[in-house]
Design a protein around this ligand. Structure first.
Ligand SMILES: Nc1ncnc2c1ncn2[C@@H]1O[C@H](COP(=O)(O)OP(=O)(O)O)[C@@H](O)[C@H]1O
Ligand SMILES: [Mg+2]
Length: 223
């Protein structure tokens, strides 16, 4: 059972705050119906909701727990993405967090390079009172063209951590197996192949990516 409680006002698509309940257990979530998606010329295939699920699947495969659990499911406005709500610590300064060396932010930076995130704004970082940081809003990821657009450039050209290298090596294997199959339910074959290639390039260089000169490397607005 999914019930709509309200609309998130600064959202660009239909982004709804909801509760889900089963067997007496309930949780808050975000629900973005596919029907509410604004068509984007540069993402002609699949759905934004499917890309959000794809980002969750990659996050899950890293073991880093960076994207709140996200599924495709039916709701009052049809099929959409449904993502667990994260209680944000409102006292955290997002500008400072986005420039910090918080380990979760650095891991998000690696995740974004893998999923080719075109929209890592400050408002898409969710800090919790336990000191964790989650990332949300992954509708414009997995393009076959390089589109990495993020605020998090503090590690540009810096060697990846040993932990990140381990994770990328595991991802590489997993993308040829179960993860690749799960992603294919939401992305085109080309998009999955490009994801493999981005992982390979990261492992080859051993470095965090540099901002491109060919496209805007910072999202607008940045927060
Ligand atoms: N899972 C979540 N938990 C808590 N807050 C969230 C979650 N997802 C989104 N939000 C909040 O709602 C805002 C709008 O959601 P977002 O996913 O960015 O929607 P849109 O695709 O419309 O931009 C986010 O900037 C964030 O503040
Ligand atoms: Mg957003």
């Amino acid at each position: 059972m999914l019930e709509v409680e309200g609309r998130l006002i600064d959202a660009s698509n239909a982004t709804l705050y909801c509760t889900v309940a089963l067997d007496g257990i309930s949780a808050a979530c975000v629900y973005k119906p596919v029907r509410g998606e604004r068509p984007l010329w540069d993402f002609p295939d699949g759905t934004l909701a499917g890309r959000e699920v794809g980002a969750y699947l990659v996050s899950e495969a890293t073991g880093w727990d960076l994207v709140p659990p996200t599924v495709l499911r039916d709701g009052p406005f049809g099929v959409g993405m449904c993502q667990l709500w994260v209680d944000v610590d409102e006292t955290v300064d997002l500008q400072a967090l986005a420039r910090s060396d918080h380990p979760d932010v650095q891991r998000l930076c690696v995740l974004d390079a893998v999923i080719n995130n075109a929209d890592r704004k400050g408002g898409h970082l969710l800090p919790t009172s336990e000191g964790r940081v989650y990332g949300v809003d992954h509708g414009v990821c997995f393009s076959v063209d390089d589109k990495l657009r993020t605020l998090l450039w503090q590690w540009r050209g810096v060697p990846l951590t040993a932990e990140a290298v381990d994770v990328l090596e595991r991802l590489q294997t997993d993308l040829y197996g179960g993860l690749g199959e799960r992603l294919s339910e939401h992305l085109t074959r080309r998009e999955v192949r490009r994801t493999v290639r981005r992982v390979e390039q990261l492992l080859l260089s051993g470095l965090h990516p540099m901002p491109s000169e060919d496209w805007p490397a910072i999202p607008w607005p940045p927060y």
